[in-house]
Ligand binder design. Structure first.
Ligand SMILES: [Fe+2]
Length: 385
């Protein structure tokens, strides 16, 4: 994967959404297209966003047709809404799906092609788009890191493949824990495990750098310490503040790419509609277990970050304890442990097709933490059933 400079103007703090209008006006923007999903709108999360824009005389229109695992037609619908409304910048509000859709709208509207599919890496004719409408990202979950990352994940409904769209790092990220606290606990759980997956995959990625490891290290510590509280603890707001910061730096840690957990989970979500964080939470322990001996020296470093007392512990034992800790966290926050769980619905007869999909659509992911054959990937899927 090519490297990208990360330079997102980031605003963080309780109530900081009130600064949105000022920041947009200061940049000379006049009309926002808010890209979101119906649930966010129904939850009233747009109220404080629109109030802040209204206060500064910044007009706004809303496109709320985004679903989990956003598709090419959903992005294309947003591009039409952008043209019809006359908006001059985009605000993505929601989880990774809404922000990714907003990225797709910002790229496609600026590039001018007839469909966003043209700009999908591995599926389109312009894999490195070089123009984008100005883009603000306002996450309402603490997990995806999309507000800081250079890529969007968009599903092609004709093939069910998930593809990356590149070069769409937002200009501004507004991280307000008060907005995130409005989201239900199961979403906090799934997105929190997504963030943990980003940080661990970034840490063990052969392309890691001292900077990505710095972000990953801190993110693993923070998530391990605060995710349980953020899901169902008495100090949920305080823990969500920690998790929002952790998810953002986990997003920064993944700038050199992710690995087989994401490569395999994207197929599950693309085929079965499973929430991204849930699929990752199930597969994370299985990928780490499959490569346990190979990864042992690195998992020994990760162990204390997850609260494991690894002083004097052999690396192989620490590596096993990390897998156990990932499973314990997943179980405590009530995420299914198997891809065969009825809420996911994967069957053994799906394995061959899913491996094929993973190799075709996500080849850049499945190279890490080390090269894997189709047999390796099938074994990992089977172990997760
Ligand atoms: Fe992810």
């Amino acid at each position: 994967m090519p490297s990208f400079a990360l330079s997102v103007e980031t605003v963080f703090g309780d109530g900081c959404i009130a600064e949105l209008g000022q920041r947009a006006k200061a940049k000379g923007f006049k009309h926002a297209l808010i890209v979101t999903d119906p649930g966010i709108r129904a939850a009233g999360i747009l109220d404080s966003i629109m109030a802040s824009l209204d206060e500064q005389g910044v007009a706004h229109s809303v496109y709320d047709n985004v679903t989990p695992n956003p598709t090419v037609p959903e992005v294309d619908g947003g591009v039409v809404a952008m043209k019809d409304s006359g908006a001059d910048f985009v605000i993505g509000v929601g989880g990774g799906s809404a922000i990714d859709a907003a990225k797709g709208v910002a790229i496609t509207a600026a590039m001018g092609g007839e469909t966003s599919k043209m700009y999908l890496f591995g599926a389109g004719t312009v894999p490195f788009p070089n123009q984008r409408k100005p883009l603000f990202a306002i996450p309402t979950t603490c997990g995806t890191g999309s507000e800081i990352s250079p890529a969007a994940v968009i599903t092609d409904p004709e093939t069910h493949y998930k593809h990356l769209m590149l070069n769409c790092t937002p200009d501004v990220a507004v991280l307000d824990p008060n907005l995130v606290a409005k989201m239900p606990a199961p979403i906090t759980a799934a997105t929190g495990m997504d963030a943990l997956t980003h940080a661990i995959e970034a840490y063990v990625n052969p392309g890691n750098t001292p900077f990505t490891r710095m972000f990953a290290t801190r993110a693993i510590q923070q998530i391990s310490a605060h995710l349980r509280q953020a899901v169902n603890g008495p100090d949920r707001p305080g823990a969500i503040r920690h998790m929002l910061y952790a998810a953002d730096i986990a997003g920064q840690s993944m700038s050199q790419g992710l690995g087989q957990v994401h490569g395999l989970s994207h197929v599950v979500s693309g085929r079965l509609g499973t929430a991204h964080g849930v699929a990752n939470a199930i597969l994370l322990s299985q990928v780490l277990e499959y490569h346990n001996e190979f990864l042992a020296p690195q998992l020994l470093e990760i162990a204390p970050l997850m609260g494991i007392n690894a002083v004097g512990m052999p690396a192989k034992q620490a590596a096993k304890e990390v897998v156990a800790q990932v499973r314990a966290l997943r179980d405590e926050i009530k995420i299914p442990s198997k891809l065969s769980d009825p809420s996911v619905g994967m069957k053994e007869s799906d394995v061959a097709q899913f491996v094929d999909d993973a190799q075709k659509s996500q080849g850049i992911f499945i190279a890490a933490p080390r090269a894997a054959t189709a047999e390796d990937l099938a074994a990992i899927y089977k172990s997760a059933l």
